[in-house]
Design a binder for this molecule. Sequence first.
Ligand code: NAD
Ligand code: TYD
Length: 376
Amino acid sequence: MAGFIGGVFSRDKGRMRTLQNIIVTGGAGFIGSNFIRFLFRNKDFKGMIVNVDKLTYAGNPLNLVDIEEVYGNKRYFFEKMDICNHAKIKELFKKYSVDGVVHFAAESHVDRSIFGPGDFINTNILGTFNLLEAAREVWKDRNDVLFHHVSTDEVFGSLGKDGFFYETTAYDPRSPYAASKASSDHLVNAYRHTYGLPCTVSNCSNNYGPYQFPEKMMPLMILNMMDEKRLPVYGDGKNIRDWLFVEDHCSAVWLILKKGSVGETYNIGGENEWQNIELVELMCEKMAQIKGKDKDYFKKLITFVKDRPGHDRRYAINCDKIKRDLGWRQEVGFDRGIDFTMHWYINNKEWVESIKSGDYRKWIELNYGGRERTSR
Ligand code: NAD
Ligand code: TYD
């Protein structure tokens, strides 16, 4: 395991990297907003965060109103900006004396990538390239900095009944989303090898938890159950995903920032595989319990629908490396995580309604006028 001390790259076990001024891209999205909240709750973190987000349909500043209230313009700064804008991104690196980047910003929904891959190519590939270029130009040969790239297990393709994705598994992306993320991973590794840019990469399995845009399976099913709408299960429902509570992903990324070895890739996962249909049935039973209904009440809403084109059959991740090298563990068991998540969507009516009605977009228009903004 390696760490930076006084700008010198060392391989001493247990040494910590201390990043002070961190750009979090995509911080208004699902995982990014959870990550920012996680950092501000963490006594270990004493620095400042610049949230760089374009506020696409998936970006919602309401996800961070609590953080804005307490830390806004002190240790938390929001910059509405497209990561593809080279001049502005470079300016930000200088303006905030950035020494760390945690790169979440992406187009992230597989179904959308199938219907319109253009934005995925722009943001996920060109946007990442642009950030890397800015980091390379501004940081030059500094080695007391870190660019952490957040990626997905989908770059590894699809598994059969057996086996796992390892850090060494060959890439085999099969959707435009996965291909765009794979491409960005390759660029990050290339910048490390070619220019010596201090980079790390993580590939994580499916996250669930609060603030997830309800196009993704879990929040979509919860909201549909609440409205007693049909629960669309793709194909035969036997596709398998590995599920991780979002805060456990955040703690893994934080550990990588503190003590991950430059040039390394870390797999992160829940070791928690579920067939989609089994998971939807479990959620139906939990909702029935919460609403005081018969156990099978919500299951009648389950509707098998046309399969997603090229639907990957199974994802399963081996995350021994991050456990062994960085001491990471999943803290939130699935039963607790799923209960918490279901109650969160049920109780946060205002958030849910603002998304359903599209009112959060009006809020953005009102506060940010749809323009890029480089300072308040
Ligand atoms: P999300 O769609 O909820 O959020 C993405 C954020 O990026 C949004 O706030 C959006 O406004 C912003 N964004 C998009 N294009 C941008 C651009 N051009 N410039 C600036 N900001 C832009 O996504 P998420 O689920 O939070 O995923 C975050 C990252 O984690 C992604 O890189 C994704 O590939 C990766 N990931 C996600 C999962 C998962 O299960 N959700 C699992 C593994 C890895
Ligand atoms: P999703 O949340 O879109 O994540 P990903 O495709 O990145 O894994 O989907 C999770 C699984 O659920 C995936 O196998 C597709 C399936 N799914 C449905 O069956 N119905 C739905 O409405 C959605 C959105 C997904």
